[in-house]
Design a protein around this ligand. Structure first.
Ligand code: TYM
Length: 353
């Protein structure tokens, strides 16, 4: 496991003690159906570790409005409900974890302002995500896109999270969160738990199937498999996945396309590198792709069934909203007092109010 996974020491920091389990917080943007990169790199662990951790998960709708060209109000409503349903479908249990919508808790926006005042411009200037999302036309990018990582820091710090389970692309944002928390604590006294990233050795960066030099992403659906893809779409996408002209099937990071497929295979089937290489000895890409299709279809079938049960007829998203509303209101009711207590601590430390 890479990254510092030491649990912050609350007693020495003079911070409130919580239960025995470390707390995790993570978030996902409601920008459409998640893909298997989101699932294998992050979401699957959230569901699997709900007993081990005191877990808080949020659908970060305020982050989803930072790119105006991608923001369509009616679509956003459906996407928020769709993402909440996807999280429940992959196994997030609202009895075990707190699941809520970010904009239901005003403390996120308020703490974000406060943290923005202890964040240096230089820190934000170094953020890779802003550079890649703003593209060439930086002058016209929104200020929200620029301060996006400060809102992310607020999400994490509000809940006193010890660990933040994410994919590799979020590493820099978690490092920034740590810098902001440390600077605040230095200036105003111990206030925030300094969280650590929880990034797995395998699967933290699933690559696009049609271009294994680029990360699998929602903005490039041709290279991604969505959690709701049909068996025939999955078969087709694996069949077209870029590999190479060599004959052996081995875990060699420099054979990027094959390495990505083997990583997905291993995450689904389990087993060591050696056992998998032995299993495919004398076989070719055709067999690998056929087995991958079978494994993924089997993994996704129950998720797709649960999603359909929750969302009902996709032509009537209002029904889904009504069905999920009580769960999300309950989640917000559980999240709110935690968030408000931390916000009050921060305001008090700064001499506000
Ligand atoms: P988002 O919505 O882009 O992605 C959700 C999670 O999926 C991971 N991920 C991947 N993992 C492996 N391979 C990939 N190709 C891949 N693509 C995405 C992401 O790393 C993430 O863990 N900024 C965050 C959302 C956020 C957040 C937070 C996360 C807002 N506040 C607080 C943690 C804590 C984002 O855009 O994730």
């Amino acid at each position: 496991m890479s990254g510092n996974t030491q649990v912050a020491d609350r007693a020495t920091a003079g911070l409130p003690q919580k239960g025995l389990r470390p707390r995790v917080l993570s978030g996902i943007q409601p920008t459409g159906i998640p893909h298997i990169g989101n699932y294998l790199g992050a979401m699957r662990h959230w569901a699997a570790e709900q007993e081990q951790y005191d877990s808080v998960f949020c659908v970060v709708d305020l982050h989803a409005i930072t790119v105006p060209a991608n923001h369509h109000p009616a679509e956003l409503q459906d996407n928020i409900i769709g993402m909440a349903a996807a999280l429940l479908a992959i196994g997030i249990d609202p009895q075990k974890s707190v699941l809520f919508i970010q904009s239901h808790i005003p403390a996120h926006a308020e703490l974000s302002w406060i943290l923005g005042c202890v964040t240096s411009l230089g820190w934000l200037n170094r953020m890779h995500q802003f550079k890649s999302k703003a593209g060439e036309d930086r002058e016209n990018a929104s200020a929200g896109l620029y301060t996006y990582p400060v809102l992310q820091a607020a999400d994490i710090l509000l809940y006193d999270a010890d660990l933040v389970p994410v994919g590799d692309d979020q590493r820099q944002h978690i490092e920034l969160t740590r810098d902001i928390a440390e600077r605040f604590n230095e200036r105003f006294g111990p206030t925030f738990i300094v969280p650590a990233p929880l990034i797995r050795e395998s699967g933290a960066r699933i690559m696009a199937l049609d271009d294994p030099t680029a990360k699998m992403s929602k903005s490039h659906p041709e290279g991604a498999i969505s959690l709701l893809d049909t068996p025939s779409a999955i078969k087709k996408k694996f069949a077209r996945a870029v590999t190479d002209s060599e004959r052996t099937i081995t875990f060699s990071p420099e054979r990027k396309g094959l390495y990505n497929l083997l990583t997905i295979y291993q995450l689904l089937a389990g087993g060591t590198d050696e056992a998998i290489e032995e299993h495919f000895a004398g076989k070719g890409y055709k067999e690998l792709k056929a087995e991958l299709t079978e494994l993924l279809v089997a993994e996704l079938a129950p998720i797709q069934q649960r999603y359909r049960d929750l969302v009902g007829d996709p032509a009537h998203p209002k029904q889904a909203k009504a069905a999920l509303a009580p769960i999300l209101l309950e989640g917000a009711a559980r999240a709110r007092p935690r968030a408000e207590a931390t916000l009050a601590r921060a305001k008090n430390a700064m001499g506000l109010g």
